[in-house]
Write a protein that binds this ligand. Structure first.
Ligand code: PEP
Ligand code: MG
Length: 877
């Protein structure tokens, strides 16, 4: 029989799909004998059923009642008992953690009748404080009343009583506040605050189910690529009270430093408070070590529990705990979020400690994290003005205009830094839009910190020197005033805030991977990065031993080729030649376009030949011994001409001729026009010149003692006959060059028809390389140059895509074309070498697909080569 409710004692850490992450980990802690308050988890299946049917499953109420009786028995208290009431907390928790998205209602079960019983247990003041918290949390979670309605009433009361903070309010004050809150509740709902504890519990559970579909939750899931149909579980637990006076408190602990990976006891503790106060970053917390002074016994017990959890999860764990009157309670644990740097360092450390092997270490890092570590950092050699410092919450270097409001940040053009006192889930759109986030309050576990780390945004939080004035749209830091629109720079690695825009320097990981002796360390920049670069190096080396996919680079210059090689590229998978026709050579292309008759064309091509030959010698030398796939010219020639507007006032004969040419060559859909192989066939001699330059460059390299391995790649082929014509001509040209090594001739597969007729095309191609940029453009019928600024954002919002198909390969559509072409291509020519050189070649998700599709290699921009190596290794695990 299906069960919708699991006691904590009945689950374990591997049941995340059903119990959510939080529920599964509560169950695991219960199994491990750690002090978890008794409770149960309502499954994600119940949530999905409720969201689909609009009503909760019929069995749910009875199942919850049975499990509630168990809690009552363990706690020796009854729900709704006016003498000594059991109170409950309700927390959401899906398969994937969604920080700041969770719904929490505490103190469920308090009513006018039970509040006196709670007072008998914890005192009058405590009881009324709990009651007012319940009404506001229930009001906002279940009835959608704005938090500010309650906050304003509380602030008004503080003003009336002339006190600065809540603990100064008396029991009578809080009792009066409960009355005010009830009025607010009635004003919004038309009914009184529910006095039946069972109604409170059922109402909250259903509200948590519904919270799965709020705009905020959807936005977060979209940003994090979390599927929309998972639903959330709901955890119901006996209340324990961190706000029961000085011997109580609440905190967050990490078994290692989540920023650097260093071992130790890290975290924050807040005496006499409830859990939400810590995460919300509303009050300043104490470092966790302080707890050793305040309550040694609980501290030691916590440290022991942390040790048990690290050993069990074999990883960094973060923990939420509460101390009630000198007794420790574990409220939550999970494998902790961490910075990208910490992920690598911790994985390598755990290998050294013998806890995990290198395969497991590789599973625990990913290409997106490595990509983030390759971000540049600020170049501080100009001694910029430091205006504040705070907690380095999420690494990176971001400059932008200060903006003090989430909405304006979301609407701004150009890079912005969102500056807030603290953030809350309503700030999400602004955080997504900002380059960096800066707050004046809160620690590493504040909302801003957790969310920024998750999104890979640079974040400095808790910069206490800042006086943020959102209404005045400014902040003050000592004598400096920064107004909205002023440039600031935040360094999420050191926690420093600078005035103005700063130049950036490469990351230590990049410097290490490049291994360039000229790149001497810069003081303060590489300090402390030893463990990180060594961890990255080890895991990349391990990935290299595992991966089946080769990794090459897209590079057009000797410098890029050399860099790619230092990053570990095994050759060039795409050398675009059109970049070689820019700058001063544009004039030659103009002449080519204006040339009359074969002779004139031939004369221009003769002039281009030595230039191209020199280009290829440079690239072949930089990649000596490794394949260099040179693609013949691809874009429409008129891209090399000045824009029409510039020529409209044509005066000279040359300008008039150019104007006429621009008009003549105008195409409505240039991306579907005279480009690639079509251009090569339409302008006799153009491709032949390039082929000759390649052949002669290779011959010169051979004579100079090099080992050139050029390959010729024909773009935009849609039919085998196009390729056959170019191939025949190329072979004729190459046959006349002494000393040239054998040069394979292959094609890009980037027109859907080429994929569909790959069997035919393989007859003329010694290799295939999928041009997934054009293949995506032509298969979807989306202009790759326009779609980002056009309807793509809306499509993402509407959920038509989870990511842009130009970023991550669309497996269902483009993926099928690729699989078909691989099968038919290799069917016709066994062992056909196949790669990919579109942008997808360096995208982590796509690399897994290319591994699955049995490609031989991916080719991507130099900076993504390490990312592709890592992911190709992970895909092979
Ligand atoms: C492609 O289309 O994927 C490709 C690599 O070629 P380009 O981006 O130069 O069109
Ligand atoms: Mg292309």
């Amino acid at each position: 029989m299906r069960t919708y409710v699991y006691d904590f004692a009945d689950g374990d850490k591997d049941m995340k799909d059903l119990l959510g992450g939080k529920g599964a980990n509560l169950a695991e802690m219960t199994r491990l004998g750690l002090p978890v308050p008794p409770g149960f988890t309502v499954t994600t299946e119940a949530c999905r059923s409720y969201l689909a049917q609009g009503v909760a499953p019929a069995e749910l109420e009875e199942e919850m009642a049975v499990h509630l009786r168990r809690i009552e028995k363990t706690m020796n208290r009854a729900f709704g008992d006016p003498g000594d009431p059991l109170l409950l907390s309700v927390r959401s928790g899906g398969r994937f953690s969604m920080p700041g998205m969770m719904e929490t209602v505490l103190d469920i079960g308090l009513t006018d009748a039970t509040v006196a019983g709670l007072a008998a247990f914890g005192g009058e003041r405590f009881a009324w404080d709990c009651y007012r918290r319940l009404i506001s949390m229930y009001g906002s979670t279940v009835e959608g009343i704005a938090d500010s309605a309650f906050e304003n009433a509380l602030a008004a009361l503080r003003r009336e009583r002339g006190v600065a903070c809540d603990p100064e309010l008396s029991a009578a004050d809080l009792r009066e506040l409960v009355g005010t809150y009830k009025e607010i509740f009635r004003a919004h709902t038309g009914t009184g605050f529910p006095q039946d504890p069972a109604e409170q519990l059922a109402g909250t559970v259903l509200a948590v189910f519904r919270s799965w579909n709020t705009e905020r939750a959807r936005l977060y899931r979209r940003a994090e690529h979390i599927p929309d149909d998972l639903g959330t579980a709901v955890n119901v637990m006996a209340m324990v009270y961190g706000n029961r006076g000085p011997g109580s408190g609440t905190g967050v602990a990490f078994t290692r430093d989540p920023a650097t990976g260093a071992r130790g006891v890290y975290g924050d503790y807040l005496p006499d408070a409830q859990g939400e106060d810590v995460v919300a970053g509303i009050r300043d917390t104490l470092p966790l070590q302080e707890l050793a002074r305040l309550d040694r016994r609980c501290f030691d017990e916590l440290v022991r529990a942390m040790d048990v959890l690290e050993r069990r999860y074999r990883d960094l764990c973060d923990i939420e705990f509460t101390i009630e009157g000198g007794r420790l309670w574990m409220l939550q644990t999970r494998v902790g979020k961490r910075t990208a740097a910490a992920a690598f360092v911790i994985a390598a450390q755990l290998v050294d400690e013998g806890v995990i092997d290198l395969d497991e270490a590789l599973r625990r890092v990913d290409g997106a994290q490595l990509g983030r570590l390759m971000f540049p950092r600020f170049d501080l050699s100009g001694s910029p003005e430091r205006i504040a410092s705070g907690v380095p919450a999420s690494p990176g270097a971001a400059s932008g205009r200060a903006v003090f409001d989430s909405r304006r940040a979301a609407e701004a053009t150009g890079p912005v830094i969102l500056v807030r006192r603290e953030t809350n889930p309503d700030d999400l759109p602004g955080m997504l839009a900002a380059r960096g986030i800066l707050t004046s309050r809160g620690g590493k576990t504040s909302h801003a910190a957790v969310v920024a780390r998750g999104m890979g945004r640079t974040c400095v939080c808790g910069a206490g020197d800042l006086e943020v004035d959102p209404e005045g749209r400014l902040f003050r830091a000592g004598s400096v005033t920064v107004r909205e629109g002023d440039m600031i720079s935040v360094d999420g690695t050191t926690g420093t805030v600078y005035l103005g825009e700063l130049p950036v320097a490469p990351s230590p990981v990049v410097r290490h991977l490049e291994g360039d002796p000229e790149n001497a360390p810069v003081d303060g920049l590489d300090a402390g990065s030893g463990p990180l670069v060594s961890a990255v190096g080890r895991l990349l080396a391990h990935a290299d031993t595992l991966r089946r996919l080769g990794v090459q680079a897209n590079a057009d210059t000797p410098e890029d080729a050399a860099r790619a090689r230092r990053f570990g590229a095994a050759g060039i998978g795409l050398c675009r030649t059109e970049h070689m026709f820019l700058g001063p050579r544009r004039a030659l292309v103009e002449r080519l376009i204006l040339a009359q008759g074969e002779q004139e064309v031939g004369a221009v091509l003769e002039e281009l030949l030595p230039l191209q030959r020199a280009d290829f010698i440079g690239v072949l030398a930089a990649m000596d011994g490794l394949p260099v796939t040179i693609r013949l010219i691809d874009p429409p020639l008129h891209e090399f001409l000045p824009p029409l507007e510039e020529l409209l006032g044509a005066e000279t004969a040359r300008e008039r001729a150019l104007l006429a040419a621009v008009r003549r060559m105008h195409e409505s859909n240039p991306m579907l026009g005279l480009r690639g192989v079509r251009l090569g066939l339409a302008i006799p001699g153009l491709f032949a010149m390039q082929v000759r330059a390649i052949g002669e460059a290779a011959a010169i390299r051979v004579r100079d003692g090099g080992t050139p391995r050029p390959e010729i790649m024909i773009p935009l082929v849609g039919d085998v006959r196009e390729l056959a014509l170019v191939r025949a001509e190329s072979e004729r040209v190459l046959a006349g060059i002494d000393d040239a090594p054998p040069i394979p001739i292959g094609t890009m597969i980037e027109v859907p028809r080429a994929a569909l007729t790959a069997g035919d095309i393989a007859g003329q191609a010694e290799f295939f390389s999928f041009g997934t940029n054009d293949l995506t453009q032509m298969t979807w019928g989306f202009s790759r140059d326009d779609v980002e600024a056009s309807f793509l954002p809306q499509y993402l919002r509407l959920g038509v895509f989870e990511t842009s198909p130009f970023e991550t390969i669309d497996r269902r559509g483009i993926g099928r074309l690729i699989e078909l072409a691989v099968k038919e291509g290799r069917g016709a020519r066994p062992g056909l070498r196949i790669g990919v050189c579109g942008e997808h070649g360096g995208d982590p998700d796509s690399v897994w697909f290319f591994h699955d599709a049995d490609l031989d290699y991916v080719s991507c921009s130099p900076y993504r080569v390490p990312v592709a190596r890592l992911e190709a290794g992970r895909a092979a695990l």
